[in-house]
Design a protein around this ligand. Structure first.
Ligand SMILES: NC(=O)C1=CN([C@@H]2O[C@H](COP(=O)(O)OP(=O)(O)OC[C@H]3O[C@@H](n4cnc5c(N)ncnc54)[C@H](O)[C@@H]3O)[C@@H](O)[C@H]2O)C=CC1
Ligand SMILES: N[C@@H](CC=O)C(=O)O
Ligand code: NA
Length: 831
């Protein structure tokens, strides 16, 4: 024997009732004996409660609700059943609705709806649904019998939440089923007293009915049919990558249900659990899916944590004071007082110092809880031995649940790493000594982020999603977009990194998609449907999404986002940027950004600020972190100028070669930034700061090689016109150098805290002489590299190398996303 319970959604529409029929038929054809328990049609119980309330207040609008509910039942029947055989069922339903109408009229006349009357009123929901389902099954050729559970389940007269008389009930059920032929379609939720008065079983009542039947009939399994594929690892509405669990223990299911996964109401399943009857959660809309099996043992599967659950809204109360230390009975007084006022406690946490106890209650209970405790401790409060109770609102509980967490080190480490790395502050912690549940209290605004971060940490440890917010889709941004697209699959398959581009913007348009923009499209296609670009709105939206593992990538050449950097870092969003403007602004800005990143555990990455993709800043940091002292940095730091001086031999006008450099993507959007030495000045300034010199921009001495007419030009085009006029100036300088067998190089030097950028003519003995193409060369002379400097050389500008440098930084954030230690433990166990 199996007991199948179909909840409200499973009997919510004609289609779902058809699925119920198919499921029942399949069992019948397989020769399996079954009993079916049905809830009321979706929404009916709530509608009945509302009608009762309105009628009690003599509010005649209850009649509208009644008519709508009645029509919904008729519509269901008309869609489900051929016209020729509808009438018997329609009139059966009509009779019941007439009774409901009379009852409501009585309520409205008496202006009273006692618990007893309410139970009678509510009973109609299941009486109607069981009638419809059983009649429909019969019409479909299945031998079905409608069973009113009031004949089977005997309770006391505690209306609305009646207690079952197990012995009498078991007898009635066994007796009834012994004589029964066919499929019983039993009303869930309702029962009756020994005198025959209608009662209901309280919350989760239909589950209870199924459990009572299952236990009485020694069922092999109880199936709870609902509208989801079983118990999931997390709430799928919040965690998109949540998946259904194959196997749980009763205890795990109980914990998960307590924290939000309201598929079952475990207290009501106790009769079945105590007899060790397995429960299976199945999806009426996906009946072939195995669902979740809940039994005595927890599955020793891949995941020690079975689910991540939450309570969205709680309030945290803190009782503290010196008068609590070492005084026995304090907690019993607190919790006794709360119990007396029927205030439910969600979580308790007390530090071993005993100086304070904090506990969580439903927000609506907070005020009363405070009053009750302050009343209980009024003397101590007067004597200032106990402080007034503090209340913190807007909090949520997030819990990880699983029996196999027990005795497994590293689980809470993983939990707090995932929260910490995403800037989620933990307000309170509680772990049951069973180690079945570790609960943390966090701000409600971080709830979705926490659920996703934890889900990733515990269930998707092989795949880390990095959420990318890209601002700027010009030369570098667009190239990066191509590279991301090209590598997406490889990264996913080989490195377990899921690249999710959430936002893209240029100066005109911006577009967001939390689930990931389609990066196989071009930036123009992507932005075509975007909204008007607005930096403030972009940042606000990015922050509001509050996604874990987020990185902001500033690929603009502008100032627009710089002022937001600190705020972004403080919002636990990392930044990777080729844009040098932040780090070369005033020293305070540079310092504050570094500090913000450090304090908020995120990354501020800007390797491409110097030498594009060449590992200049990282090398410098490696040297210093390992104890080396930098004496001097000397470098050719402009790819553009390298290219120009390497290609300018006088045969082509200087201005043409600059244009060429621009077309090759080497120059800044405005090439004057290269030619006037500013770009290099920014780079040497950044290197100086990395070495520890608190230089300001105006302390870098820069030689500008551009004539004033070029600097004054109003646009880049006009600049090129002016440059054409000035070609001769450059011709002369290069010819002069060539005569001396020298080459021109814009050289940056940092020594003794002084930074200079100067155009030099270097001879063939100088290392910079041999540079080719857009090469940069950076020489670090240090304590360890004294006689021979450490040299880095290679193309120091260009879209591909720069975008690749930014790409590498985006990927690098995975290292701090928290690797799972339990996986390591598991593999050791296997060995
Ligand atoms: N070209 C190279 O080799 C290297 C470049 N860089 C840096 O890379 C950065 C980007 O350079 P490019 O791609 O050449 O610049 P670009 O001018 O081609 O692109 C800039 C992008 O920013 C967008 N933008 C401007 N204002 C905006 C706003 N208010 N909102 C949204 N988007 C806005 C533009 O629409 C454009 O899509 C610059 O900071 C540059 O210094 C760094 C290292 C090497
Ligand atoms: N325009 C720059 C690009 C790199 O920062 C250069 O030419 O070096
Ligand atoms: Na670099």
């Amino acid at each position: 024997m199996k007991v199948l319970k179909f909840g409200g959604t499973s009997v919510g529409s004609p289609e779902s009732i058809k699925s119920v029929k198919d499921i029942v038929r399949q069992y019948q054809e397989g020769g399996q004996k079954i009993a079916v328990v049905v809830s009321a049609l979706k929404g009916t119980t709530n509608a009945l409660v509302e009608m009762g309330q309105k009628a009690r207040l003599n509010d005649t609008t209850y009649q509208t609700i009644l008519t709508n509910t009645e029509n919904h039942h008729y519509d269901t029947i008309r869609t489900l059943i051929p016209v020729a055989v509808q009438s018997k069922l329609l009139s059966g339903v009509k009779v019941l609705f007439n009774e409901i109408g009379e009852l409501l009229q009585g309520i409205s006349l008496l202006r009273e709806c006692s618990p007893r009357t309410l139970d009678m009123l509510l009973s109609f929901g299941e009486r109607l649904s069981s009638l419809i389902v059983s009649e429909y099954l019969k019409i479909e050729g299945i031998q079905a019998v409608q069973v009113d559970a009031r004949q089977l389940i005997e309770t006391n007269d505690q209306y609305n939440k009646a207690r079952v008389n197990t012995e009498a009930t078991n007898q009635k059920i066994r007796h009834y089923f012994d004589a029964l032929n066919g499929v019983a379609v039993v009303t869930g939720f309702i029962a009756a007293t020994a005198q025959g008065d209608t009662t209901t079983l309280g919350r989760g009542g239909s589950d209870y009915t199924a459990a009572i039947l299952g236990a009485a009939l020694y069922a092999k399994e109880i199936e709870i049919w609902t509208d989801v594929d079983g118990m999931m690892t997390a709430d799928p509405r919040v965690v998109k990558r949540a998946f259904s669990l194959e196997h749980l223990s009763y205890e795990e299911a109980m914990e998960l249900s307590h924290f939000g996964a309201k598929i079952i109401y475990p207290p009501t399943l106790q009769p079945a659990i105590s007899q060790n009857i397995p429960l299976r959660i199945k999806n009426t809309f996906n009946p072939d899916f195995a669902g979740t099996l809940i039994g005595q043992a927890s599955a020793q599967g891949q995941f020690p944590v079975k689910g991540i659950s939450s309570i969205a809204h709680i309030a945290l109360l803190r009782v503290s004071g010196s008068g609590m230390v070492g005084v026995p009975g304090v907690s019993s007084r607190i919790f006794g007082a709360l119990a007396q006022h029927q205030i439910n406690i969600v979580l308790i946490s007390q530090a071993s110092s005993e100086h304070s106890i904090c506990f969580a209650v439903a927000p609506e209970d907070a005020k009363e809880a405070k009053e009750v405790i302050e009343e209980a401790f009024s003397l101590e409060i007067q004597a200032k031995k106990v402080n007034k109770v503090s209340i913190e609102q807007d909090l949520s509980v997030v819990a990880i649940i699983g029996e196999h967490m027990r005795r497994m080190p590293g689980i809470s480490g993983n939990l707090f790493t995932a929260l910490g790395n995403n800037g989620i502050n933990v307000v309170a912690i509680a772990q049951g000594s069973s180690e079945l549940n570790v609960s943390t209290v966090i701000a409600t605004k971080d709830l979705a982020k926490a659920l996703n971060a934890l889900h990733e940490a515990f269930f998707l440890s092989n795949t880390k999603t990095i959420h990318i917010f890209m601002l700027g889709a010009g030369l570098i941004g667009n190239t990066l977009l191509h590279q991301l697209h090209q590598q997406k699959e490889y990264l996913l398959q080989e490195q377990g990194i899921n690249i999710n581009l959430v936002a893209l913007a240029n100066s005109k348009k911006m577009r967001f998609d939390e689930n990931g923009l389609d990066i196989s499209l071009s930036k123009d296609e992507l932005l075509a449907t975007g909204e008007t670009s607005d930096t403030q709105a972009y940042i606000n939206k990015m922050k509001a999404l509050n996604l874990p593992n987020s990185i902001f990538v500033d690929c603009t050449a502008a100032h627009i986002a710089i002022d937001y950097y600190e705020d972004i870092l403080k919002s636990s969003i990392s930044i990777a940027t080729p844009n040098k403007l932040a780090n070369s602004a005033d020293y305070l800005t540079y310092q504050r950004l570094k500090q913000a990143a450090l304090l908020h555990g995120v990354k501020f990455l800007y390797e491409t600020n110097v030498g594009a993709g060449l590992p200049v800043i990282n090398t410098l940091n490696d040297l210093q972190n390992s104890g080396d002292k930098i004496h001097k940095i000397e470098g050719v730091l402009s790819g553009t100028l390298s290219y120009i001086f390497n290609n300018f031999d006088g045969s082509t006008p200087f201005s043409e070669i600059v244009k060429d450099a621009k077309n090759k993507g080497l120059t800044e959007p405005d090439p004057r930034d290269d030619l006037n030495g500013q770009d290099v000045a920014r780079k040497i300034l950044i290197l100086a700061r990395e070495v520890g010199w608190a230089l300001e921009p105006d302390q870098v001495q820069v030689e500008n090689i551009l004539p004033q007419s070029c600097l004054d030009a109003a646009s880049v085009e006009q600049f090129f016109d002016a440059l054409e006029q000035a070609n001769g100036v450059f011709q002369e300088r290069v010819e002069q150098a060539a005569k001396e067998d020298k080459k021109l190089r814009l050289v940056a030097v940092l020594e003794n805290g002084e930074a200079k950028v100067k155009l030099e003519a270097v001879d063939s003995t100088h290392p910079f002489y041999t540079l080719r193409g857009s090469d940069n060369m950076i020489a670090f002379t240090s304590q360890r590299y004294q006689s021979q400097p450490l040299v880095i050389r290679g193309p120091g500008a260009g879209a591909d190398v720069t975008a690749a440098g930014v790409f590498a930084e985006i990927i690098s954030v995975r290292h701090y996303l928290g690797q799972s230690s339990y996986k390591f433990n598991l593999s050791i166990n296997k060995v």
